[in-house]
Design a protein. Structure first.
Length: 232
């Protein structure tokens, strides 16, 4: 019995050491991936990486991670040739295939991904027409404000608009209703200032923009993806 107790104690201690080593290894890997992603994406606000699943070392041995959660801050993107910033991109990456070794992997690619991206109204303003400002209009709408010339006078008009996503990469803003004030052609003039489509580029390869919703803190975009490049 004494020998059995010693054996059980030894097994528990050995198991604890193995778990500790596994956790140390996963923390090292998370830091390595975060550094790679930050350098690859040129982030202004850094990256946070959390590798899920247990045991981590057995996943590494198979060179496939079950799930990696990634939060990227201040991702540089582009819209109509203008630089815009995605303030936060949070994604769950599943079935992540590794190339290389634990201490020196060369690339990581996720078979599928889901998540959300947030763009501030200040950056939506940068992506809009010159001299136009975009802000939150309440009830899931955006307010678009711009100046136009009417009968030789410059006036400012604001419209409530619906924001939507088309073609998996383009933000579309359309005024719900334009006050024409009985002036022929005025609606077309206003819409030329307030309505716009902007294709978003520069996000990690493999991600597709699915849906966009106007919220008080910014425009929130649902993203999905296949064969998403996490780092390389």
């Amino acid at each position: 019995m004494r020998a059995l107790r010693i054996l059980l104690i030894f097994a528990v201690v050995l198991g604890g050491i193995f778990v500790a080593v596994d956790r140390i290894a996963v923390n090292m890997a998370e830091s390595e991936v975060a550094d790679r992603v930050q350098n690859q994406q040129g982030l202004g606000g850094g990256a946070d990486v959390s590798i899920k699943g247990f045991l981590f070392l057995t996943q590494v041995a198979a060179k496939q991670l079950d799930q990696v959660d990634v939060t990227l801050k201040d991702v540089e993107a582009s819209a109509a040739g203008r630089k815009v910033t995605v303030s936060e991109l949070a994604a769950e990456l599943h079935d992540v295939q590794l190339q290389g070794s634990l201490t020196g992997f060369t690339s990581a690619k996720a078979a599928r991904a889901t998540g959300t991206a947030t763009i501030s109204y200040a950056d939506l303003t940068k992506a809009s027409e010159e001299g136009v400002r975009v802000s939150y209009g309440g009830n899931g709408k955006v307010k678009v404000t711009g100046s136009i010339d009417i009968l030789g006078r410059t006036v400012t008009r604001s419209v409530l608009s619906t924001v939507s996503m088309v073609d998996g990469n383009t933000i579309r803003v359309r005024a719900d209703k334009v006050p024409a004030e009985g002036i022929p052609g005025l609606e077309d003039i206003i819409r030329k200032r307030t309505d716009f489509d902007r294709q978003i580029g520069g996000l990690p390869d493999g991600l597709k923009l699915e849906k966009i919703e106007a919220r008080e803190g910014g425009a929130e975009i649902s993203v999905t993806g296949t064969d998403v490049e996490l780092a390389g």
